[in-house]
Write a new protein. Sequence first.
Length: 388
Amino acid sequence: MLTFREHLLRDHVVSSNDEGVIVAARKRDWTLSVDSWNQEHLGDNIQSSGSMDVANAQQTRVVRLEQFLTKEEIELIHTVANAELANIGDEAAGSALEAHTDSWKVLYLQSNSVFQRKLPTIRQKILDTIRQVDRDQSWCLFDNVDRVNIRVVEYHTNQKNHSLSDPRHYDLNSLLTCDIMLSEDGSFEGGHLQTLEADGKLKKHEFKQGDALIFVSHKYHNVSRVISGRRNVMVLEFWYGPERQCPHRCEKFGGQICNRDPGQDSYTQQYHSSKQTNHLKEHSDPSLPFRLGSVSSCKGNSRETFELLWEPSEIADTSIDKPASVEQVRDKPPSDAFACFGDDSDSDDNEVVTTNTRTSTNEVQMSDKPPSDPFACFGSDSDDDQSC
């Protein structure tokens, strides 16, 4: 028996008690991979982020570089950040300053190339180091690109009660992440960076002033609650896209257009002629607002379970606030995103049983649903069977 356990679409903030629900089971050998699903449902021209599969990322380690930055370099970063904050003043709306909560503010230093213009030596030091760590750890995430590009440079200010509590948080579509501690030792209590390891345990990482923690971006990580004091950290993410200048954490990689980036025109010309084009294929009309992010499996009690983790997928000129109508969904052909779970032609040996936390749908009920309904395998609220 093969069981699927599906997690909800993941974004930057999700409920920590998201355990997923069983959505399908098959009585036959069957395989599923991220690449095969993306090719089947998003086409050959899907734009790939090149990020490591989420399941594989959990097997990697966090690399700690002690005293990577000197006190003088850290002071220079503080000086540049404070100057930018002074320029922003009270006009935070639309600026490079984002206040997530009262206790958590982020200044985007890549905005208008501030990091590149005002901290060029530190920038190059980090770029050289991140590529070397990728080689040393055999992650090989930068092997097929002309250069390493910075996606975002975040200057974090965390005060009392701040936390990034989701144990399964990860930096979607980035390759590697580098956290650098800027605060003096003993200036705050709590605020530990932790990673959820493959054995299911949270690992707390030692992190002192000047240290750099480098890890695969799709590795689960979180920050424990700041009990007292002020925690300043600089976080950089690296990706296949251009080095952004927009005042936010950009979701548009490769050939995609970000209207808030003043350098967008030059990026577009660059990526149409770059060697990276083979790794950054554009798709202009994706049919789905999500994609399969990870497939992991485990066996127990004579049953193999596949855990599916879905990721949001940007759709040009489409608002998530305007979902397709039921009629539009029903008009889609059977080769839709959920066709992998089977149709009415499945034999008894290939039985499909779908279950969620509200309803249970048996095979007879499924056979009454039109095959063109992409959600037939999930049942409906009218089902009377007992919930699992």
